[in-house]
Design a protein around this ligand. Sequence first.
Ligand code: SF4
Ligand code: SF4
Ligand code: FES
Length: 924
Amino acid sequence: MLDGITFTLDGKEVTAGPGETIWQVANRQGTEIPHLCYSPKPGYRPDGNCRACMVEVEGERVLAASCVRTPSPGMKVHSASERAKTSRKLVFELLVADQPERETSQDPNSSFWNWADRVEVADSRFPELGRPNKVDDFSHPAMAVQLDACIHCNLCVRACREVQVNDVIGMAGRGHLEQIVFDFNDPMGDSTCVACGECVQACPTGALMPATLIDAEGTYTNAPDREVNSVCPYCGVGCQLTYQIHDDKIVAVEGRDGPANQNRLCVKGRFGFDYAHHPDRLTVPLIRKEGVSKHDVDIDPMNPFTHFREATWEEALAVASGGLAKIRDERGGNALAGFGSAKGSNEEAYLFQKLVRTGFGTNNVDHCTRLCHASSVSALIEGVGSGAVSAPFMAAEDAEVIVVIGANPTENHPVAATFFKNAAERGAKLIVMDPRGVALSRHATHMLQFKPGRDVSMLNAMLHTIIEEGLYDKQYVQANTEDFEKLAENVKNYPPEEMEKICGIPAETLREVARLYARAESSIIFWGMGVSQHIHGTDNSRCLIALSLVTGQIGRPGTGLHPLRGQNNVQGASDAGLIPMFYPDYKSVEDPEVQAFYEKYWNTKLDPKRGLTVVEIMDAIHAGKITGCYIEGENPAMSDPDVNHAREALAMLDHLVVQDIFLTETAKYADVVLPASAWPEKDGTVINTNRQVQMGRAAVPLPGKARQDLWIIQDMARGLGLDWNYGHVSEVFTEMVGAMPSLANISWERVDREESVTYPVDSPNEPGHDIVFGNGFPTKTGRGKFVPAKLINPAETPDLDYPLVLTTGRQLEHWHTGSMTRRSNVLDAVEPEAVAYMSPHDLTRAGIKTGEYMLVSSRRGTIRLKARIDDRMPVGLVFIPFAYAEAAANMLTNPQLDPFGKIPEFKYCAIKIERDLAPAEAAE
Ligand code: SF4
Ligand code: SF4
Ligand code: FES
């Protein structure tokens, strides 16, 4: 090994790599050395405080802590000498003296007790020291704190401060009075803890435990009886996890060492698992009762039988597919539409779009990508020839400058955010650009809180600076791009000194960040829906692409373009063709060659015209052009803009089939409801934001008569006359690979074996390419294309009647339309009700106090919810999460579309607020 250090371990010559400790070398060699305060997991620094890992070094008077000691050439180390073993045993004896009784303790199977067994220590000769500050803290709904088992190893502090960088846990006191504290010695439930659970996962003793595993007395009672490896069902980060199961119920979740998460999880992935076991789960097929109006949707999801009757699967499938077939046969396939899901597997997405295209005979198929990154994808395909990211978010580790714009990753992509925070801690320049003062700004070197909707002015000013000051990479531009002149000509009109008045960021700051970004060895851009959800979302992304291309900050380590994808499988669902204008792999439905390929591949005639998008489908229903819909795992009655319009459309349909796990707001309008599978109940692959294809596995059984989504889709297809006979989910994956060059060299077996495979990948035995575009672009010319962007005002600006701006999004605890997270005990306990985040100034001006109810109205509707003061919010801007059915933010949002991506302007519309004068009791 290059730069290796050769030394002797237990009589054998071994070599340590750069920086490797004795413990790490021993571990690599298969030599077991106890450890308590050291975690070999990535991101954990050794601290050397417990002395459980002592080894003997020849010629040295004292023993050495192998977890922190690095070897020197020729050193002779004995890991199992009598002296070393006696010393380690003594450490355990001293610690055992103060431990609670093992049988009734919080975790008799803890790492601590396991090591104690291995060093053969069961009890202690030493007297119990007694702890004056013995604390049981059950104030947090997710985690139990019982510090009588704490050994002060400090791992939780490092987990909190150095791995997840949340800075909540600290050590207070001295000597035997030392103890861990949350913030200023607050109860954990009252502290600023974000419940990532990293400390619980790190704790070797059970002093910190998932609350689900212990009883009210704090004793370990709910031991898992089996484990299943899978992937998180929530965001596009794609954290790998292990479900811990007791009696066929998930009781806890642990993070695994996946490429995107390195054992880390956030509160949703770790504690938001119990939705799958919620009593609201749909367990039988339902058919709307005769005579029950579609406008009557006042239904308790726990008791759907007021409006629906139970049906057999045979009847439900016959009615569901029969109703759609009738419309197809009478009015043609274009009178039908399908919404697939970004929360299911690739295989489900592929089969769903195939069903719509070959069974309905239309391209009217879409999913929530339309509502999150459609504009980013459209700009990326146009600019660099591919809609996927050019580098994984882990590339932040190698970046000198990190730009995060229009994204709130600490809440929406929390594990990705930990890597951004890690990078900032090691000295990377973190430039955060967002109208809201998002939490990541605490770690930023530069926070540009620009005016909402004015992204293009800010980004064009940066491009202006880079070109005017000659900071662009001339060689790169010449060799790899086209239409530079058009860009240069356009951005001449946007000097920072002028744009300052529009975007609100001082010209000097605009110039400074432009210089930083351009001059750095490596700069990378991450963006979220703050960029994409505008009528100029495509233009926003075009500017980001231009920044990257003009400076050559792409295709190398630490550089690139990364739109942070929202749902767990939005990348995969888009790749699989759940899009009205594209077959799988973004092949145009209007390209005759592509169409010919698919007609042969699927053995049927196909519609040569692009289909309608999510919002266009709702308009087409209002226009009477579409009368039947099949909706699988989507909730447009909550997620569409101007949701009243969408709900009216759903009620107008002649035939609506909804396949879901709960009676969602959308399912309430259905003629037939098909009870389906939650993520932990199914096998299937997903693709995360990093282009990593990962394996999800069935961990628990389906409830009642619910069935796997994949087989429901297949039965629906058969009902529509298709001769489908897939026997295993892997057969669908294999068919996908046959049509999708992007998945070349990736088989079901490979994903199952390797857990995660990044595409593109050159051979079945090599790892995939994390970083792409090092060698040109997959465009027709092989060059990246500059597309200039001009300033466009948001579609609906504030006026005297509606003087404030509304922006919508997600919270850390609640995911998308809330159908899963609001049915998770922990998540709902932490964030139980709808709130609007506002600046102190706006609240004072409206005479509303934080916690009081208020009415928020736009030209499209009114909702009622509580005010929450947030001093990071700028004056004039209100943020409302869209997860709450009782105060659906999308009642207010504007359905105006970006002309290219067809994405609505969720991030900007005009609203007004009023104090709610209704009596307080009425509110409860
Ligand atoms: S609570 Fe657990 S991780 Fe934290 S110091 Fe105590 S034993 Fe170590
Ligand atoms: S960061 Fe995303 S994928 Fe990871 S645990 Fe949280 S919600 Fe799940
Ligand atoms: S594990 Fe090495 S000192 Fe604690």
